[in-house]
Design a binder for this molecule. Structure first.
Ligand SMILES: *Cc1c(COP(=O)(O)O)cnc(C)c1O
Length: 422
């Protein structure tokens, strides 16, 4: 019989931990992951036929909901014409034009296949263009799993990077400095780049404190360092121009991913022309990719972006704010202290009554140990949120009133059970 457990057991024989990306394995919440058989709109269906209202939405890579007809058709049409060539295609030009026209200050982009590649390459451009080595990142932000950006140890105080993973050498992170989020760091003349999630969405949801992004812009300009916005989550998600437009702060370089690929493996990095034109073949900074700008992915990305007009963003944000207000009210009624931060269409959840503004705060919330029970309680009631306390909720354009009502009902039932237990 096809069960989640049987697939997980088979997967665990041939894949490390049964998964191709660690968070999917449910390690931090316990239990067996559901194996998705298909998705439709706001919902996913597992191999046992259970339906979930899906707020994972591929961690933000899906914004129209699953299997949107526009995307399906675009991908089918592209596939019928050949899936990869090793020569440039019109789709790459169209998507690059679309990105540059939506994001003021982003003159030139290069397409890649993952957010990891985008962030890694943006850092290379920053180092190549400035002739400096050091990179400043913020504790709790995530920029993919390239060696130089897998630095940890930063919590509370600024620390020189320590390897955040076995297999990352000390040398690889020796020029990565980790500082607390929402505090503008001092920058020396050795700093090539400050890399930041303009809305942190990989330690739960932590919006930038007023003045933080402006302060970073000023500090970078003063120090001759480049400001890199990692908008892999926020790009084309928090608004048509992403976070830089929303907050009115223009970085030198951007990383995009998730939304922009329309659910296919596509990401991008871009920025000022004088910086980006130092990339090969024009300049000395090397970067390449066999499947970069893949025609299926550009077709999907274009299909999604073309559906994201002002009205779509209003709808997404309205849904997110109603979800947040509803969740907060339901938890308050049950006597469970939570904060539910919102940034446009993004929703987070922290247990505890203190607003979270950095990784220490996010860790304190996770340390309450309430997330696993919350997540599993929702899953049992047909609502899927990410299996980890540092992830966020991604409402899609396919979520509707009925989904919202069912979600809030499920949350009410779960928090009643949780607060009865505590
Ligand atoms: C997901 C993510 C990445 C990495 O993207 P992948 O496509 O998983 O490699 C980088 N930065 C941020 C902010 C992300 O959320």
């Amino acid at each position: 019989m096809s069960t989640n457990r049987s697939w997980y057991e088979r997967a665990s024989v041939v894949s490390p931990g049964g998964v191709n990306s660690p968070v999917r394995a449910f390690k931090s919440v316990g239990g067996t992951p559901y194996f998705v058989e298909r998705g439709q709109g706001a919902h996913v269906f597992d191999v046992e036929g259970n339906r979930y209202i899906d707020y994972v939405q591929s961690y933000g890579a899906s914004v129209l909901g699953h299997a949107h007809p526009r995307v399906v058709e675009a991908v089918q049409r592209a596939a019928a014409k050949g899936t990869t060539f090793g020569a440039p295609t019109p789709g790459e030009v169209l998507l690059a034009e679309e990105i540059c026209s939506r994001v003021p200050g982003c003159d030139v982009v290069r397409l890649v296949s993952s957010g990891t590649e985008a962030a890694m390459s943006a850092v290379r451009v920053a180092r190549g263009a400035t002739g400096r080595d050091r990179v400043v990142v913020f504790a709790g932000c995530y920029h993919g799993h390239s060696d130089g950006l897998l630095a940890g140890g930063g919590s509370g105080v600024a620390t020189l990077g320590l390897p955040a993973s076995a297999g990352v050498t000390r040398a690889a992170v020796a020029e990565t400095v980790v500082v607390p989020y929402n505090v503008v760091p001092e920058l020396g003349p050795e700093v090539a780049a400050v890399v930041v999630e303009p809305v942190a969405a990989n330690m739960g949801l932590v919006p930038p404190a007023p003045g933080f992004l402006e302060g970073l812009r000023e500090a970078c300009t003063r120090a001759g360092a480049l400001l890199v916005f990692d908008e892999v989550i926020t790009g084309f998600r928090v608004g048509p121009g992403g976070a830089s437009t929303l907050f009115g702060v223009t970085p030198d370089l951007w990383c995009f991913g998730k939304t922009v690929g329309g659910g296919l493996p596509l990401a991008a990095f871009g920025g000022r022309r004088d910086l980006m034109e130092q990339l090969a073949p024009l300049g000395p900074i090397y970067q390449a990719g066999t499947l970069s700008g893949n025609p299926l992915a550009t077709a999907a990305g274009l299909a999604v972006l073309s559906a994201l007009d002002e009205e779509a963003y209003e709808q997404l944000s309205a849904y997110a704010s109603r979800l947040a207000t509803g969740m907060e009210a339901v938890c308050r009624e049950a006597g469970l202290a939570v904060t539910v931060p919102v940034a446009g269409p993004l929703v987070g959840i922290f247990f505890g009554d203190r607003p979270v503004r950095d990784y220490d705060g996010a860790r304190a919330s996770a340390a309450t140990g309430l997330y696993p029970g919350f997540m599993h309680g929702l899953l049992e009631r047909g609502v899927a949120i990410a299996p980890g306390p540092y992830e966020i909720l991604f409402p899609s354009l396919a979520h509707d009133e009925a989904d919202l009502a069912s979600t809030l009902e499920a949350v009410a039932a779960v928090v009643a059970a949780l607060s009865a237990r505590s």
